[in-house]
Design a binder for this molecule. Structure first.
Ligand code: HEC
Ligand code: HEC
Ligand code: HEC
Ligand code: HEC
Ligand code: HEC
Ligand code: HEC
Ligand code: HEC
Ligand code: HEC
Length: 409
């Protein structure tokens, strides 16, 4: 912890001083601070909300200024001439990495940073389905205000480095920035407070992890963990720096505790994929690469508050339910659907027939709800919004397929 703090302080120091002679660097720094004072004094009138947030942030306390983040080089693709200074509006993960390289490296290894790969279309089946739905069946305008708000847009530039209205504003988790970097740190640390406390609260994740197809926040709120959070959150300390935030400061885990935070002997990470063993969101759930190691890390988190037996039993029940979903619900219906395509009874075009919507919702809505409910302690989602709906809709899809084969529609 101490070492990490020291690295940040040193990095900031180096950013401030550069490698040139100290005196010269000092004068560069004082010039930058002068520019930054202007940003503050004008924006205090133009956009006081922004300046207030910055003033209450760790950044202001650490003398990290507007200009430190928004400063741009002449050669930057999104550079703008602004009140006598060169700036860019977007402050990308690459910009943050000057001072926070560990967080950015880990974020880059996560699925969060890859959340816009579906934009290219060249991806596995589940992705193609969503993509066709968003951009073709519904239409691009809907994808811009829907899919891309959570997943991210590919930011495009108009004249003079301005950002086009089609792609901006956007704070999607995997946004492709003009400098080629992926992601948007403000998805969890809203500007200009950039607070660690905000990122640890489940509601923050719930801006995207919500709704009929991935109701993680709803599941959490009905879980015992979520109920304890709701009852006691005001008495917990949310501001403790990264790896020191531990069970003495809270009694139940939030999304961040299980998926990201340091706890006990588990290191904190910005790679939300690193503690997961199953692919729960896919049409059919398969184990991930190196799943044992990843599972072990998650289980270490649990063991700060639960016994080994409790955790083992929980995972055993979970694995059994995922296998049930795969083998009893997904595989047979998938085989019947494949048969219809093979026999030319369904066109290759997606979402031009009612059955395709039904099958999509079957795995994408009910199937995901069941699987997420199982692994995040939401019995109501596992049961009534999950397996019950699967059982009922399986019958209906089988009937529709039979009627299709009989030429009834
Ligand atoms: C003399 C006043 C003034 C100064 C000095 C100033 N700004 Fe601004 N800034 C503005 C105004 C006015 C806007 C536009 C607000 C609007 O469009 O409603 C703006 C807009 C911006 C934007 C958004 C641009 C966009 O396209 O969305 C950023 C980012 C910004 N300023 C950052 C800075 C930074 C960093 C500094 C210091 C280097 C700075 N400003 C200095 C007045 C100023
Ligand atoms: C720690 C880095 C950081 C600092 C310090 C910082 N900004 Fe920003 N600023 C950002 C980020 C990130 C965004 C959001 C853009 C994005 O999504 O990449 C942003 C966006 C903005 C915008 C456009 C927002 C809008 O709603 O139109 C303005 C204007 C702005 N900043 C001005 C300022 C001013 C003025 C200061 C100093 C008081 C400042 N910034 C300090 C990182 C920073
Ligand atoms: C010029 C260096 C610098 C840049 C650039 C920078 N930061 Fe920071 N950041 C700091 C310093 C210094 C601290 C305070 C560290 C501490 O006290 O341990 C900090 C703290 C933080 C914290 C912890 C806040 C808390 O509540 O404890 C977050 C989150 C954060 N920064 C996010 C960002 C993001 C996101 C960006 C890019 C948009 C960014 N920073 C850009 C230097 C920087
Ligand atoms: C409210 C935010 C939100 C919206 C809107 C949204 N998604 Fe998602 N999407 C998510 C989240 C969160 C996940 C992760 C689900 C999980 O892991 O259980 C996800 C998962 C996915 C996946 C699966 C990724 C994988 O690794 O298997 C694809 C593909 C996808 N979304 C595409 C889309 C498309 C296309 C749209 C628009 C038609 C869309 N999404 C709309 C938040 C959203
Ligand atoms: C701005 C939207 C957004 C926010 C905020 C967000 N996520 Fe996500 N998350 C997504 C999307 C989109 C995906 C699916 C990415 C993909 O695979 O395409 C995802 C995927 C995930 C995954 C699965 C990763 C994998 O490897 O399959 C986990 C775990 C996760 N998020 C946890 C969190 C946590 C914890 C928080 C809050 C601290 C959070 N997310 C905040 C949008 C978001
Ligand atoms: C999915 C949500 C999410 C996103 C996106 C995110 N963070 Fe964080 N961040 C968190 C959480 C949660 C914590 C607290 C971790 C903990 O409890 O150990 C945190 C903590 C931090 C800290 C403080 C670390 C410390 O040791 O005190 C910094 C700095 C930071 N984030 C920077 C960034 C940067 C830079 C980005 C963009 C690459 C980013 N974050 C994107 C959720 C997020
Ligand atoms: C008690 C710990 C815990 C809490 C709290 C928790 N999760 Fe999870 N989460 C898990 C476990 C365990 C899994 C399944 C891990 C595996 O596959 O091995 C999981 C799976 C996921 C997945 C599925 C990724 C995939 O495979 O598609 C997402 C997304 C996710 N969680 C997001 C969240 C969000 C958002 C919250 C808060 C609203 C949250 N989690 C709260 C433990 C937790
Ligand atoms: C910070 C401590 C903490 C962590 C970490 C934690 N839990 Fe819990 N958990 C609790 C507490 C407290 C309860 C409530 C116990 C009770 O019912 O008396 C609980 C309850 C549960 C329950 C009971 C749910 C019910 O509906 O009865 C399960 C199952 C569970 N946890 C599993 C896990 C798993 C699996 C993990 C890791 C992925 C985990 N927990 C991580 C503190 C924690």
């Amino acid at each position: 912890m101490f070492l990490k703090k020291l690295t940040i302080i040193l990095t900031v120091f180096m950013v401030f001083l550069g490698s040139a002679a100290e005196a010269k660097a000092g004068s560069v720094r004082s010039k930058e601070l002068k520019i930054a004072e202007k940003c503050v004094s004008c924006h205090e009138k133009e956009s006081p909300g922004i300046v207030n947030d910055w003033k209450s942030s760790q950044h202001a306390r650490g003398r990290v200024t507007c200009y430190d983040c928004h400063k741009a080089e002449k050669t930057d693709i999104d550079v703008q001439q602004h009140e006598g200074a060169l700036i860019s509006v977007i402050v990308s993960p690459r910009d943050c990495s000057r001072c926070h390289s560990k967080e950015v490296r880990e974020f880059n290894e996560s699925h969060h940073s890859k959340a816009t790969t579906f934009l290219s279309g060249k991806t596995p089946e589940g992705r193609i389905m969503d993509n066709v739905l968003g951009y073709e069946v519904q239409g691009k305008e809907s994808a811009i205000v829907g899919c891309e708000k959570c997943h991210g847009s590919k930011i495009e530039l108009g004249k003079n480095g301005t950002l086009t209205a089609e792609t901006w504003p956007n704070q999607g988790i995997g946004r492709i920035n003009p400098d080629g970097s992926a992601g948007s740190c403000t998805a969890c640390h809203s500007r200009h407070k950039f607070s660690i406390a905000e990122a640890r609260k489940p509601e923050t994740c719930g801006t995207c992890h919500i709704g009929p197809d991935h109701p993680h926040i709803e599941i959490y709120m009905e879980s015992k963990h979520g109920v304890i959070y709701a009852n006691e959150k005001e008495t917990w300390n949310w501001d403790i720096a990264g790896s020191n935030w531990d069970t003495q400061y809270y009694r139940a885990p939030t999304c961040a505790t299980c998926h990201m935070s340091g706890i006990g002997n588990v290191e904190s990470t910005h790679n939300v994929s690193s503690r997961l063993s199953w692919k729960l969101a896919s049409p059919r759930s398969e184990p991930r690469k190196n799943w044992r190691e990843k599972r072990e890390t998650m289980q270490k988190v649990c063991r700060n508050c639960h016994s080994t037996n409790w955790v083992k039993g929980f995972y055993q029940q979970g694995d059994n339910a995922i296998k049930l979903y795969n083998e009893k619900f997904y595989d047979p219906i998938k085989a019947l659907m494949d048969g219809l395509y093979l026999d030319g009874l369904l066109t290759e075009k997606k979402f031009d027939e009612e059955l395709e919507f039904k099958f999509f919702e079957y795995w994408h809505h009910e199937g995901r709800r069941a699987r997420a409910g199982v692994f995040m302690m939401g019995a109501d989602y596992a049961q009534w919004h999950g397996f019950y709906e699967l059982a009922r809709n399986k019958l209906e899809i089988e009937r529709l397929i039979k009627e299709k084969r009989e030429g009834k529609h």
